[in-house]
Design a protein. Structure first.
Length: 267
């Protein structure tokens, strides 16, 4: 079974297993990764976290869990530019540094093992966490509580002063949404570092995991263009055109399709 197949299988289980799925994403980019070994080693971190938790009901332990991870030096990556390798889950576990989504995946897996209720929130630009039924969100980078005003300020920092907080920004993220977001992040990082073949893996995974957006198809079309694969580029441009409801952009896509070289590709 390939790493991609194993990743998708994790998402099809009941319940899904996003942490293991993210390890298989890492294995797809790094052939040295052994997901079963990493899963076994996580037991040590579980014991360290559990030993530092207070004697409280399970639904009150989510914030202490995140604070305990921070005490163990699991922090947001403070590098100016994140390298693609550092956005792979096994590297985050090794370095104890990572993007909010990856820190959240670790916290969610530990919460699952410790029977602590916790779920992901697909907040723009900075993945968050929530205890079901709570009146606040939690930052996976340290456990800070975020109320409505805090979320509005965070949104401003991520999207600019014109952004308006809406209920859509606070939707819970299931396993597929988290793995799609991870794949999109990796796609962007690999493109920023001129690794088109790695970016193509991420772009394909985005489309396989769940419903794809127009932007997802345009992203893969651009990768195919970089790789001189006009047939693949044409396919994604046509799909993007079907999903586009902006008249000016539809015109641009149509013009791009008309000028696209349709000669058979060699690969």
């Amino acid at each position: 079974m390939s790493p991609r197949q194993a990743c998708l299988l994790c998402l099809e289980r009941d319940p899904p297993e996003p942490f293991e799925a993210a390890l298989w994403v890492a294995a797809e980019h790094d052939g040295q990764v052994q997901p079963a070994q990493v899963l076994g080693e996580l037991h040590g971190l579980q014991l360290q976290v559990s030993a530092g938790l207070p004697a409280l009901p399970a639904r009150e332990l989510a914030q202490p869990l995140l604070r305990r991870l921070a005490e163990l030096d699991y922090q947001e990556d403070d590098e100016g530019v994140t390298r693609p390798r550092h956005a792979l889950l096994h590297e985050v576990l090794r370095r104890r540094r990572g993007q909010p989504l990856l820190l959240a995946l670790i916290a969610l897996e530990l919460a699952r093992r410790l029977d602590i209720p916790l779920q992901g929130v697909n907040f723009p630009g900075h993945f968050l966490l929530r205890v079901p039924g709570a009146d606040h969100l939690l930052d996976p980078c340290g456990g800070r509580r975020l109320y409505t005003r805090d979320c509005r300020e965070l949104l401003y920092r991520q999207l600019g002063p014109d952004a308006a907080l809406s209920a859509a920004h606070l939707h819970s993220a299931d396993a597929r949404a988290m793995l799609q977001r991870l794949s999109r992040n990796l796609r962007l990082l690999h493109l920023q570092h001129d690794d088109d073949l790695a970016a193509l893996k991420d772009a394909e995974r985005v489309l396989q995991i769940g419903p794809a957006s127009m932007v997802d198809h345009l992203a893969r079309a651009d990768i195919y263009r970089n790789l001189a694969c006009p047939q693949g580029e044409r396919y994604d441009l046509e799909r993007a055109l079907l999903l586009c409801d902006d008249a000016a952009l539809r015109l641009q896509l149509s013009q791009r399709l008309r000028t696209l070289d349709v000669a058979p590709a060699l690969h």
